[in-house]
Write a protein that binds this ligand. Structure first.
Ligand code: CTP
Ligand SMILES: C[C@](O)(CO)[C@H](O)COP(=O)(O)O
Length: 242
């Protein structure tokens, strides 16, 4: 059995761009390292993770820049796809072609855009999934009252409430998400071929009928999505260094 990590880093980070920054968000430096380097380092902090495979766009000009110093255990594949799911699948295919995949291998998929993952949450996810021999994800129960907007009102800041949605049983999906590598590969292949809407690894597994485990994550593991998210994440990362 081996536990490999996979970071999809083939996105353009369109929602995080601003006038001063044109590179994809995974290459923005905060707290002394790029988001991608933070994500690689936290995954390798768990001794059970042997290698971190990174999937970047075929024409990515940033990954080989001098400032991007990655550890030897990080392997870059130019396997980025049009969607996050296709980047994950194409990176799994590249791993299979270069080092092989067995039925016993597990893959831990983690967003480059979530550099705030704690070593404790990472360890919890691996412990729970390996103990139960079932795939699972980090996630957080929805803490707030949830509203559904009226469909016809599309402006982000001026929508109207149609109804309050019961929050019981609702969780916000984070990463890492841990699955048997070959099962995930098959699930992604099927879901993408069928045109199913797949926004994370768990949704591909759900599409095949699996019920992945939910393991409690933590708030600092939020995904950097908007320009204002960088400053908050930097505070967390600096605070956790000391
Ligand atoms: N075609 C894609 C799209 C996304 N990702 C990766 O998936 C992770 C989470 O996705 P998201 O935050 O949605 O990133 P982007 O798609 O880059 O963001 P945006 O939608 O704002 O452009 C990131 O590490 C991103 O690089 C990827 O590997 N390949
Ligand atoms: C995988 C993910 O991080 C779980 O929250 C998320 O689905 C990434 O994609 P999104 O397009 O930002 O929803």
């Amino acid at each position: 059995m081996s536990l490999i990590a996979l970071i999809p880093a083939g996105g353009v980070g369109a929602r995080a761009l601003d006038e001063q920054h044109s590179a994809p968000k995974q290459y923005r430096v905060i707290a002394a390292k790029s988001l991608l380097q933070h994500a690689v380092d936290v995954l390798l902090s768990d001794a059970r993770v042997e290698l971190v495979h990174i999937g970047v766009a075929a024409d990515d000009p940033y990954i080989e820049s001098e400032s991007m110093q990655l550890p030897k255990a990080a392997i870059v594949h130019r396997s980025g796809g049009e969607s996050r799911a296709s980047t994950v699948l194409q990176t799994l295919d590249a791993i299979e072609q270069t080092q092989g995949l067995t039925n016993d291998d597990w893959v831990l998929v983690h967003d480059a855009a979530r550099p705030g993952l704690s070593t404790q949450a990472l360890s919890d996810l691996i412990d729970v999934c390996l103990t139960h021999q079932q795939g699972g994800i980090l996630a957080l129960p929805v803490p707030d009252t949830v509203k559904r907007a009226v469909a016809s009102t599309t402006h982000d800041l001026q929508s109207r409430i149609e109804q309050t949605v019961p929050r019981e049983g609702l969780w916000l999906a984070q990463t890492p998400q841990l699955f048997k590598a070959k099962e995930l590969q098959q699930a992604l292949q099927k879901a993408l071929t069928d045109g199913a809407e797949i926004t994370d690894e768990a949704s591909a597994m759900e599409y095949l009928g699996y019920q992945p485990l939910l393991v409690r994550g933590h708030a600092e593991n939020f995904k950097i999505t908007w320009p204002q998210d960088f400053a908050l994440m930097e505070q967390y990362l600096i605070r956790n260094e000391v």
